[in-house]
Structure formats: structure tokens, C-alpha cells
Design a protein around this ligand. Sequence first.
Ligand code: NAP
Length: 345
Amino acid sequence: MITDNPVCVTGASGFIAAHIVRELLSRGYKVKGTVRKNPWEYPFLLNLPGAHERLKLEKADLLEKGAFDKVISGCEYVLHTASPFEINVTDPQTDLVDPAVNGTENVLESCLKAGSVRRVVLTSSIAAITDEPENSKVYTEKDWNTMSSLDRNPYYYSKTLAERAAWDFIMHKKPGFDLVAINPPLVIGPSLGSSLNTSKLMIRDIMTGLYPAIMDMYWGFTDVRDVAKIHRLAMETETASGRYLCTAGTMHMRELVELIKSSGYTKYPLPKISLTGKAGTAVIKMLSFTKPRNIGKYIRTQVGRIMNCDVTKLKNDFGISFIPLNTSVIETVEDLRKWGHLKTV
Ligand code: NAP
């Protein structure tokens, strides 16, 4: 343990943040988590081992200036994960960019005011690295997404602007704390609560017939338990700095479907036909125009693309070995079933 003071985790109710809270409590830390509803509405957090003695939940909204002042006061470490994660929004500026960017600045302003903060760990994303990977390239922490906009992959845009805003804050305000950014791909694994976040929704959609065909989609995955551990290590490792890619591995949609089927989940409407290769991808791109605008754009920028990530920096600095992808996928499917998010045919 590196601090006796509480560690602040923003958006503690979220899929990833809940695991961060659990990870910190399991290591003996005191935790102050921020939420949007009344604390008693989060029994899955309040019942975690150690929570009764060491977890305090407080209300704070990203869009309310000064909302984080009180909760961050006295903390040495702040793990800022709260940010909306949605692909199909009606107003990208107010639904995504404002809470992501203004929220990050709000949290950093509160850290500055507190005077006690030594490090902020920011949950960024591979969305801030690229939104249309080049298949021949190996991406590193030096890469920045320069293509997204309000009109093109706005979630990616919100994450890019939020991370940039955080680095600009550090550069211009030179606060007494440093910043470490974590850039995960799609995060999967078991949920501590019953709600369904966007990355798990993607697996749910594959299993509930939303995708009629297997297409050339490649997904980079990391298990949520590893992402939580990486946040803790980014906080604890004094020499940690800059950004960290943390992709555990990549799977083609066909591999994913085969894995699910071969693990006994055969009663679900998984895609049967294939629309792959150049011709299949052309058809998928055409069909994508029948989808809601943001979903269509997302499909067109992702289909046929694979994102190769170099995670040497993460491995060197934190010495982490990842939970195998097959385990994460199957535990995700089982968890979706357990919480009642799947229906059989
Ligand atoms: P999630 O379950 O949807 O969690 C998002 C969290 O942000 C929730 O706690 C939510 O609170 C909070 N939030 C949203 N708008 C807010 C606002 N205006 N004020 C205060 N809190 C607000 O998503 P997640 O998958 O855990 O994602 C958490 C973080 O990881 C996000 O920054 C996301 O961009 C990043 N990330 C996720 C993935 C992934 O695949 N899951 C990959 C890379 C990066 P409520 O519970 O009240 O809605």
C-alpha cells in the first residue's frame, strides 16, 4: 500500500471502475467512489469485501463545476474513469464530448485545489490512438487519433479530446501531481453489477442475432480484472509515466463465434453465414448505410481493419501477464447469461 489516505475512483458504478474499487479494497486501500445516484443504490459496491470499513460513495456529476472538490480533498491518488461510453447517441457534443472533456477538466481542477494529489490515473482508450487502424502498422503510445470528429465516431472523438485536455492541463498548469493514461481496447469479463455496458453489449449483440453474418471484424480485448490491476499498478509504480496501451490480444469475429459455440453455447442465434474477404466487406459496407448513422460509420471504419498494438511498455513497467482471451470471452458469455442478458432460440 502506498497511501493511508483514501484513493478516489470517479464513476465507481461503471463496469471497469467497480473492478478497480474491488482491486483497491482487496489490497487494503480506503476508497472514495463517486456515483450519480444515492450511495445505497449500489449494493454490489457496498457489499464488496472490505467495503463496509473502507469504501465511501459520494455523489458527483462530471458536468457540475466543483462537484469533485469535496471528495478529492485529502486524496493523494485519483483514478478518473467516469466518462460516457456509447456509440449511438443523438447529440454527440452534449452526450459525449461535454461530459468527457469538461468532466476531465473539472476533476483535474479539483485535484489542483486539493493540493494533496500526487498522481491522476486517467482511463483513456485505444479510441484516442486511432479510429481506423492500418493493418500493416504496429501502434504504440506515440500514436494519436486525428480522424474522429463529432460526425465520425464521436465516442472516439470524446476520448481523444478528453485525454488531450488532460495532457494540456498538466503542460500548462504544471500542478503538483503527474498524470498516467491507460488506453485499453474493448474490455470484457464478468461484471460486478447487473447493468450492461457498451463493450459487453457488443458480445451480447453477437449472441442475440443482431449480426446476421460473420464479417471481417477484429476486436482487441483485455479482461476487466487485468484493466483494474493495471490501474492499481499505474498508481503504485512511482516510475510509471505517460500512456499505456494494454491490449491482451485480438480475435476475428469467426474465432469468437467458434469459441462460443465450441464452449457449449449452441442455443443462441449466433451468425451462421459469412460475409468476409473483399466482396463480403463491400457488402457489409453497403449494408452499414441501413444502420443508425453512428453505428454505420463505426462499422465502415472498423470492418476489414486489425489494430496491432505494441504493449512492451506496459510489460516492462508493470510486469503484467494477461488473463487468456479465451477465458475472458467465455467468462463474459457466462456472466451475460447469469445476469439474464441473453435469450436462447
Ligand atoms: P460504464 O460501465 O458505462 O461506466 C461509465 C461510468 O461513467 C459510469 O459510472 C457512469 O455513471 C459514469 N458517468 C457517465 N456520465 C457521467 C456524468 N455526467 N457524471 C458522472 N459520471 C458519469 O463504462 P465502462 O466500460 O466501465 O467505461 C469506463 C471508462 O473506461 C470510460 O472512461 C470509458 O471510456 C473507458 N473505456 C472503456 C472501455 C470498454 O471497453 N469498456 C475501453 C476503453 C476505455 P452512471 O453509472 O451513473 O451512468
